[in-house]
Design a protein around this ligand. Structure first.
Ligand SMILES: O=C1O[C@H](COP(=O)(O)O)[C@@H](O)[C@H](O)[C@H]1O
Length: 244
């Protein structure tokens, strides 16, 4: 399926448009299936869209949204690096989400202590136990992206990016700090109906171009992610500068 690529003059417009489409997609999923399932991401734009939704989330019924994370940093719960904590500050503390439908990854001082492998396995069980007993076909998976093309905590030329069986893996030596992370794998990302990339900045232009020209996921992990129904790239002009 050909991805949809939207280019914005202004990063604020990128975030505002993605937030509006988030509202449309989630309310449509709720009308069709009752509950909408969404995978959140960290990073600058991943958190900016949550702030926009805290200000205006239209007709979303937050009690019927199931929330997961694509990755998180394996640090103490109160560490500002936690994607979950940032999502709480930006959105979750401001809307009436059902606490039973919020599924964060474990922190390094949580119930699995410092055992990151146990924490990753536990998240795989969480994915399997919500709803149908199978890993969900998420309605939406949001993705930020690094300049080297990483998505979630899937970095180029790593075992995590090459994983084809496990749904969730531990990353012990992330090239981007902090080094210890938990991440969904590409087979799980690609079960999502919609995959949206939220990308701004000239430092991301090479990775955007690689993903648009059929690069390998090993070289550019972003190139290996796509939705079953739609893949949308929300780009600012500098990030889009190397695609025609
Ligand atoms: O480390 C991470 O980085 C990416 C992208 O971050 P950005 O600030 O360059 O947009 C993010 O999507 C991922 O969840 C996070 O753990």
């Amino acid at each position: 399926m050909i991805p949809e690529t939207l280019v914005f003059d202004d990063k604020n417009d990128l975030v505002a448009t993605a937030a509006n489409r988030f509202v449309d997609l989630v309310t449509r999923a709720q009308t069709e299936r009752g509950v909408a399932s969404v995978v959140l991401t960290g990073g600058s734009n991943g958190i900016a869209i949550l702030r926009a939704l805290a200000a205006d989330s239209g007709d979303i019924d937050w009690s019927r949204v199931e929330l997961f994370w694509g990755d998180d940093r394996f640090v103490p719960a109160d560490d500002p690096e936690r994607n979950y904590g940032q999502a709480r500050d930006a959105l979750l503390d401001h809307v009436p989400v059902d606490p039973d439908r919020i599924h964060p990854m474990a922190a390094s001082d949580g119930e699995f202590g410092d055992d990151i492998t146990a924490a990753a396995s536990a998240y795989a069980r969480v994915l399997g136990h919500v709803g149908t007993g199978q890993v969900p076909h998420f309605d939406l998976h949001l993705l930020g992206m690094g300049g080297e093309g990483h998505i979630n905590s899937l970095f180029p030329h790593t075992a995590a990016t090459a994983e084809t069986e496990k749904t969730v893996v531990a990353v012990e030596e992330s090239p981007k700090p902090p080094p210890r992370r938990i991440t969904l794998t590409l087979p799980v990302v690609n079960r999502s109906k919609a995959v949206w990339f939220l990308v701004a900045g000239a430092d991301k232009a090479d990775a955007v171009a690689a993903a648009h020209t059929g690069a390998s996921a090993a070289d550019w992990p972003c190139a290996g992610a796509h939705g079953t129904d739609e893949t949308v790239w929300f780009l600012d002009r500098p990030a889009a500068s190397r695609i025609s």
